[in-house]
Design a binder for this molecule. Structure first.
Ligand SMILES: [Zn+2]
Length: 167
């Protein structure tokens, strides 16, 4: 059903160890550190968007400021906040054009104990997911992740970038 049944269990303990002990995964990715690669979607010099590496939904995207800031409200001036939101909107529209979701979820989570770098999730819920498996259920890696290959990330990334290139 809508790809959700393709999910496989994720090693959550290993993931938690990694995010709580290693350097910021977003800064590592932006610095081009080996092993920190993600599929790029967008880069305007101040903000970057890329596909999440552990997608619970096809097209799960992160939009981040390049600068390592940790508070989604206090670390932004109103103008900086709105310019980040403009990128969230633009990227989410492109993701939606490719994947045609029933609903687009936008949220900022993270933790000061791991994944502190501010990031916005763009999570497109496919049509046809039963109510009880929507919303937080659809986002939780505890319910498995899509076992995507690098090629699948690259193909979807190319489709989203093509839409972004036209608007
Ligand atoms: Zn960072």
């Amino acid at each position: 059903m809508a790809g959700l049944d393709d999910r496989v269990p994720m090693d959550l303990a290993a993931y938690e160890r990694r995010v709580r002990s290693e350097r910021c995964f977003i800064c590592a990715f932006l610095d081009g550190e080996p092993g920190s690669e993600h599929e790029w979607l967008y880069d305007d010099g101040a903000h970057v968007a890329f596909l999440g590496r552990y997608p619970t939904l096809a097209g799960h995207t992160l939009v981040v400021p390049r600068r390592h800031v940790e508070d989604v409200v206090r670390d932004f001036t109103p103008e900086e906040y709105l310019s980040l939101q403009a990128v969230v909107h633009r990227v989410a529209r492109a993701v939606g054009e490719v994947l045609r979701p029933e609903r687009t979820y936008l949220l900022s989570l993270g933790s000061m104990q791991g994944n502190a770098h501010v990031h916005w999730h763009v999570a497109p819920l496919p049509p046809g997911v039963p109510y009880e498996r929507q919303q937080f259920h659809a986002l939780m890696t505890e319910h498995g992740v899509l076992p995507w290959t690098p090629q699948q990330f690259a193909e979807l990334g190319a489709r989203i970038r093509a839409v972004l290139a036209h608007g």
